[in-house]
Design a protein around this ligand. Structure first.
Ligand code: ADP
Length: 584
């Protein structure tokens, strides 16, 4: 089964992380968008202010021209009938050509055209009544009158009108200067952002995008389009847009407007001097894509972090799984070992049972063989003694009785041996010097050794005090020595090395021979295990097992090993008494 990405217990932390990540991504998007749009709004304000300044500066010279012309003697001369229309018109044309004004007109006190820079092309203009035009009406109140309009070709013009004052301070005529906006705009077209000046009718009058000029946005209109002198057929509708709020700003979203950015931050500024509102349409796309980029980066970083945590958690989980599996495998192994141990224990118990039966068999064979011999001898001696008594040979019969007595003694010895094996020693221990016991034991063995050509090599110390039983310890040592001598029967080299040492709180006695070694070393201390002919007077396979018990009762240990080459070495180890303990 494929492991789940996260363990169940981590479900809530994972959900919390996802929610937090979502919140962080949204926050970073909002933060970036807000600061991007704030920046855009600031630069929009600068753009709009610069555009307004530029337009005002461009119009200012014509405003001043209008002011100057209103006080020009040639204009006054015409109004006061001291000059002719053609002459003044000629003069006006010259001024228009040198200043770049589209047209310059002089009006009489009623507001009718007296002279015009266009007189040569359009003589009918003379006498046209402009008294109702907004600029002329404003000029009547001695202000600088302004007016804007478009002709049937869509050419937009801006007008300045100023009264020509008589000596009594009353308006006696007017000067009107017309400026062509298309020519002024021409130098703006390179601007990156769309900037348009809208009039009170919501019509884009000046714009750095030709297509936006004469578009009407009725949502901002304060007066109907007829308030100005526009050919209505040329006024188009401003592109549709929806307003969305993002990053604390209102964004205009245009559907299909070739000239407009898709999403624009619109910065407006009133320009009272020309009675218009300037609007800069700042492209919000870079701020939006910056915000999207930052959000994507944040998401990527969070994903990386999440992935890192996931990998860490996964590896921890896998480690835990592995440990669990190992633990399971261990406990299975332990169970198998325990089962195998039980089987082994049973096999061992069976074996012990079998070897007990074998030992019992051997023991009965040994005992019956040992006892049978003296018994049959006793029977023979008894039969003979009976016959000798019948024959009156009493001395011979007495001899037989002596022999019978000897045989019963022998039987007694055998039984004593058996009792020794079965007996549990309870005698108290005493302080014994192993060196003394060894010396006595060697003394007992010396006679046989000499007769069988066996050499003892003894390396001993003087003080080797232990807690033991003197007689029983001697029994063990004598048994070991006689076993060694038994083993040397057919050996070419007949040597027995005896070494007594005391080291690290222990007394150690090693008896090694140059015999053939033990045939079955694992069974050496087994009761009734013997390689000697059953019934031989030497023993019944009890010597070593009795010795083992005796040394054990002293708190020591007896062990055996086969030597390299040949021979066996028996080691008796006993806890040593300190000199102080020994003297107490
Ligand atoms: P027994 O001497 O009556 O056989 P033990 O218990 O003393 O009984 O010895 C058991 C057996 O251990 C011996 O029959 C013999 O095979 C073996 N054994 C003991 N000592 C030696 C030895 N020094 N070298 C070789 N075999 C030995």
């Amino acid at each position: 089964m494929i492991a789940p990405l996260f363990p169940k217990t981590l479900r809530y932390p994972v959900i919390a992380f996802l929610v937090l990540s979502l919140a962080l991504v949204t926050a970073s998007y909002n933060f970036s968008l807000r600061s991007g749009l704030d920046r855009l709004a600031r630069s929009g304000s600068v753009v709009v202010a610069q555009s307004a300044d530029r337009l005002i500066a461009q119009l200012e010279s014509y405003r001043e021209l209008t002011d100057l012309m209103s006080r020009h003697p040639q204009v006054a001369a015409l109004i006061e009938n001291r000059s002719t229309v053609p002459r003044t018109s000629e003069f006006l044309l010259r001024i228009a050509l040198t200043t770049g004004a589209k047209e310059i007109h002089t009006l009489d006190a009623e507001g009718k055209v007296l002279a015009s820079s266009t007189f040569d092309d359009n003589a009918q203009i003379i006498g046209t009544d402009w008294s109702q035009r907004a600029d002329v009406m404003a000029a009547k109140t001695r202000r600088m009158g302004v007016f804007h309009s478009a002709d049937v070709y869509g050419r937009r013009s801006y007008y300045f009108a100023r009264s020509v004052l008589a000596d009594d301070g009353q308006p006696q005529g007017y000067v009107v200067v017309k400026v062509n906006m298309d020519e002024l705009e021409a130098e703006w077209r390179i601007d990156e952002n769309v900037v348009t000046f809208f009039d009170d009718a919501g019509i884009g009058f000046v714009s750095n995008r030709l297509a936006v000029a004469l578009m009407r946005d009725e949502t901002i209109a304060q007066v109907p389009p007829t308030a100005f002198d526009y050919p209505l057929a040329l006024v188009t509708t401003f592109p549709e847009y929806e307003i969305h709020h993002a990053g604390g700003h209102a964004l205009w979203q245009f559907q299909d407007a070739a000239e407009m950015p898709k999403r624009a931050l619109v910065i407006s500024q009133d320009v009272p001097l020309i009675e218009m509102t300037a609007r800069a349409f700042m492209d919000a796309e870079p701020a939006l894509s910056d915000a999207r980029l930052l959000a994507a980066l944040t998401a990527a970083m969070l994903s990386l972090f999440g992935l890192g945590v996931a990998i860490f958690v996964q590896s921890r989980a896998r480690l835990a799984d592995r440990l669990r599996l190992e633990e399971e495998a261990n406990s299975q192994l332990e169970a198998r070992v325990a089962k195998r141990n039980a089987q082994l224990q049973k096999a061992q118990d069976d074996l012990i049972h079998a070897s007990k039966l074998t030992a019992l068999g051997q023991m009965s064979a040994g005992i019956s063989h040992e006892l049978n011999q003296p018994l049959s001898a006793i029977q023979n001696y008894a039969e003979n003694a009976k016959k000798l008594i019948e024959l009156g040979r009493d001395p011979d019969a007495r001899e037989n009785l002596t022999l019978i007595s000897e045989q019963t003694q022998r039987m007694g010895r055998i039984i004593h041996n058996l009792r020794g094996f079965a007996r549990k020693e309870t005698e108290p221990l005493e302080r014994v010097n192993v060196a003394d016991v060894l010396e006595a034991s060697l003394g007992l063995a010396a006679q046989r050794a000499v007769s069988e050509g066996i050499v003892f090599k003894v390396d001993t110390i003087t003080d080797a005090w232990v807690d033991a039983g003197h007689v029983r310890l001697q029994q063990v040592i004598v048994n070991l020595l006689s076993n060694a001598m038994d083993a040397l029967g057919d050996s070419a080299v007949k040597e027995i090395s005896v070494s007594l040492t005391r080291r690290r709180g222990q007394v150690q006695l090693v008896i090694a021979d140059t015999g053939p070694g033990l045939a079955d070393i694992d069974r050496a201390f087994e009761p009734f295990y013997t390689t000697k002919e059953i019934g031989a007077s030497k023993g019944m396979g009890l010597g070593l097992s009795i010795s083992y018990g005796i040394i054990g009762s002293f708190g020591g240990l007896i062990s055996v090993e086969n030597l390299e080459g040949s021979g066996a070495a028996f080691t008796v180890t006993l806890p040593a008494l300190t000199l102080q303990e020994a003297e107490e």
